[in-house]
Design a binder for this molecule. Sequence first.
Ligand code: GLU
Length: 500
Amino acid sequence: MRFAPSPTGPLHIGGVRTALYNLLFARQHGGDLVFRIEDTDSNRFVPGAEEYIMEAFRWLGIDFDEGVGIGGQYGPYRQSERRDIYKQYVQQLLDTGRAYYAFDTPAELEAKRAGHPNFQYDAATRMEMRNSLTLPKDEVEALIGGGHQYVVRFLIEPGREVHVHDLIRGEVVINSSILDDKVLYKSADELPTYHLANIVDDHLMHITHVIRGEEWLPSAPLHVLLYEAFGWHDTMPRFAHLPLLLKPEGNGKLSKRDGDRLGFPVFPLEWHDPKTGDVSSGYREKDYLPEAVINFLALLGWNPGNNQELMTRDEMISLFDLSRCSKAGARFDYKKLIWFNHEYILRRDDADIARAFQPMLKEKGVEAPLDKVTAMVGLMKGRVNFVHELWDQASYFFVAPTDYDEKSLKKWWKDGASIYVSELCDFIEGATTFDGAALEPQVMEWIASKEWGVGRVMNALRVTLVGAAVGPHIFALTDFLGKDETLRRARHALAVLPNV
Ligand code: GLU
């Protein structure tokens, strides 16, 4: 298998899904996955894109067996470094009459197009053009020898049925007459085009299965014809074209604009456009866990058939099945991804989440040791969808309240609340233990002996510790804060809140 992006910008989230499906299929079948860079179109090359793609895969844990940055016995894996390899294959097609030289200049082609609105370079028109089929042999040689720029075009025989056997779509048949004589090679940069390089490399790298996006389906008949022209028909990879990713709502394919409008990224990592300076948001920077993104993407266009949604990587590998991939587009339900993120926060180790949260705490001016942050995470992670939300949910673990929620005061800071808290402070101070598990029954017994309501006493205390009537189990919180801080907060509230 291979994933073969062109470094034309940041990797779209749909490309990540494609890479993931290749990975799952390869791992399931004990195959190898190649990372190849298809950079033969120098006009579309964007600096930084290749590094971006590699970093995105590192973050997501999509690991390749060979390729750019890894090595392997079929390298180099960057197409711009394989010029010499392609030349002999272009020559093979020329020698066998499956391709020809064309000398038409861009201006000539433009003029032709202006005259014929549906102009296509094909069997119907090629004999009106300047190419090695129409020019005398010695003129062709003179042009090439004289350093004239040319392209090599694939000679497509019209009126043939071309069959593409797609593992998701079944058999797709098109008539070769609708295809044009695609440019396979350009003398100007001495590079093949995508189509030729893609086929030659898949062949040389022994690719057996190609899983790619639906946008490549129109190229598939051409690719089949190329395999045939090379005589490689028997070892042609099996194709599977994945369905499009659709907008979260409405019709049409997912676009960056949908993301901007609804507030979700369409790229794995943040991308800084080197030309425009524009910044596009990324899942990593938006605080998504990579395993949540992976699990979400795995189910965009495939399902294991048993309603299971949460899956480990190993489960995905064993359950993945191309025959359960849908032909219909997959709706990009970004809210579902938020749910996955929540679920994976629950499944992650508390200390791991704590390590991710520590820098966010630091940004808020709080330096807390890992064990304290981990303890907080254990109590609070069930309440958040994103790690950064822990600040809103739990800042009071680290910072004493300075003001108190209006509604909570109204509800709980009345009818003896200040007396309860003040006497409770004295009781706690004199108790033999401060350990929550032991202290709790003692406090309960003491409240009962006073014939006070537990809810009224404990909520009054809670407001003094938290600043509002929210938070975890109160004795879990006092354990976290410790005796001094608990008493300090309660007594501070008594000093600044009205006596009631
Ligand atoms: N280089 C193509 C891309 O950018 C690869 C298409 C294919 O997988 O054949 O997606």
